[in-house]
Ligand binder design. Sequence first.
Ligand code: ADP
Ligand code: MG
Length: 147
Amino acid sequence: PLEIWHIGGPVVKGFGRGSKVLGIPTANLSTKGYSALLSEHPSGVYFGWAGLSTRGVYKMVMNIGWNPYFNNTEKSIEPWLLHEFDGDFYGEELRLVIVGYIRPEANFTSLESLIAKIHEDRRIAERALDTPLYLKYKDDPYLKGSS
Ligand code: ADP
Ligand code: MG
């Protein structure tokens, strides 16, 4: 069964590792208020649609979890928006509609294999989101931000 879930809030600062170390920026959301939702869903890689209040709606692929490669002690929500932006958008309202799950969170023995896997996840997300089953959620009013 297909379960769709929604999370949103202002884009917060993370550890600054997404873009600096991996070449993959992730717009972190605060996990405050989402602990129940997060414990209901396995850690891993998800995909869906991301709405930025002042910009538009974009495809996204997202890690939810502990980032074992970096030994994080707190769960994080980290969507990579599949679009080239001119600059940062910290503080902007970000809305996510999560429509699918790709794989469980895994540990990697090298940064290269982690990066390669994330790019494979991105290709899977890009293709899946073009199919009618998932494309229709691009119009979800939640993404527009006022509800
Ligand atoms: P942090 O650890 O603070 O999240 P990152 O290195 O992960 O830092 O960079 C994320 C920031 O980069 C986002 O908060 C956002 O402002 C910006 N950014 C620019 N382009 C993107 C994108 N395509 N996807 C996600 N964030 C992006
Ligand atoms: Mg980040």
